[in-house]
Design a protein around this ligand. Sequence first.
Ligand SMILES: Nc1ncnc2c1ncn2[C@@H]1O[C@H](COP(=O)(O)OP(=O)(O)OP(=O)(O)O)[C@@H](O)[C@H]1O
Ligand SMILES: [Mg+2]
Length: 395
Amino acid sequence: MSNEIKVLIAEDILSDAELIVRQLEKANLKFQYVRVETAEEMQEALKHGTFNIIYSDYQMPGFTALDALKIAREHVKDVPFIVISGSIGEETAVELMKAGAHDYLLKSNLAKLSQLTMKALEDAQNRIELREAERVVNLQREKLVDAAKMSALGEMASVIAHEINNPLMVITSKVSLLIRQIDNGQINSDEFKEKLKDNLQLVSKTAQRIARIVKGVKTISRNAENDPMELCSLKGIFEDSLELCREKFQDFEIELRTHMEFDDEFSLEGRSSQLSQVILNLLTNALDAVKALPHKWVELKVVPGIHGVVISVTDSGFGISNQIINKMMEPFFTTKGVGKGTGLGLSISKAIIEDHQGQFYYDQNSLNTCFVIKLPLKQQPVIPHGEVVIELEKK
Ligand SMILES: Nc1ncnc2c1ncn2[C@@H]1O[C@H](COP(=O)(O)OP(=O)(O)OP(=O)(O)O)[C@@H](O)[C@H]1O
Ligand SMILES: [Mg+2]
């Protein structure tokens, strides 16, 4: 802001406007002003000029301070708006402040105008600085989220490589064994034919497993935020996530217990890729938590009901310390080493489940570490949180 204050005065009585101007001069403020009498003039002034402060009379012909405020807010958000009136009741004052006026002043008290103006300008400057700081913080946050996404992508790539490598090795070793046997001339023996059949069946089964892993990756890595909620198979949700961590569980010799007693057709309304992502997040957290323990197991339990389904992921860890419980759902909170965890798994999972009108929480009453998801089978229509629109109608 330059030193010169640009003032907009909405006042139909010229002598009253002059009183305002005199007060500002008396305080030795450097300023320029424009006076308007009607809504149209005010629109024009705001369209073409820049102002640091607006003073408005309460009642002008065909035009009130509330109308002026509404017009002002269409053009400028942070510019202080001060109502200067001959008489103004408490109720009206409250109504004006609620609608966004910064302050009000009685014409009989104009001596306070310069002081009030300086304070309003200072407040406005602070608001602008705060908004700028918020903007910078949000920008930083977006950058961090982008970096985290890249790291999640890297993690996903290593998961895929890991999960696919083993089945690929099965295929290549079986195929090279068969080739060797053919080269050795064993091709016509009955024993060879029997083995050939078994091995080809194993190759085919392993190739199908790779196909399922690829499907899991495709589903889970999908950005489904804007997808519609559709009926999705509960079985499919778990298959997609389990396929992506089975090998890792085997590698660490972690017992994976699954209790999933529901029909294959059991389905719920939601976004299957997001729900698989949540299950994978929980399974991965559980795996990380128990891999170094002497007793390592992870239990995935699904209890379907008439209206919803309760899913729990419990691991053989003995709970999480209070210090961590309070922070673990916050974005970027992680206790894993640099480059290992992004700290987004739980916060994203919670957001996804809440978006599905469900609940996501850590069960403090469980003996072992346990996370619970409760999901409704059907989504209820949501009334969007509309902006609170304050109608500034003429009284
Ligand atoms: N099953 C668990 N047992 C113990 N601690 C856990 C468990 N699940 C989560 N935590 C704690 O909560 C923290 C946050 O988990 P979250 O899934 O949000 O992030 P992360 O696993 O660290 O990283 P990523 O973004 O890769 O998931 C973890 O770093 C860990 O300290
Ligand atoms: Mg995690």
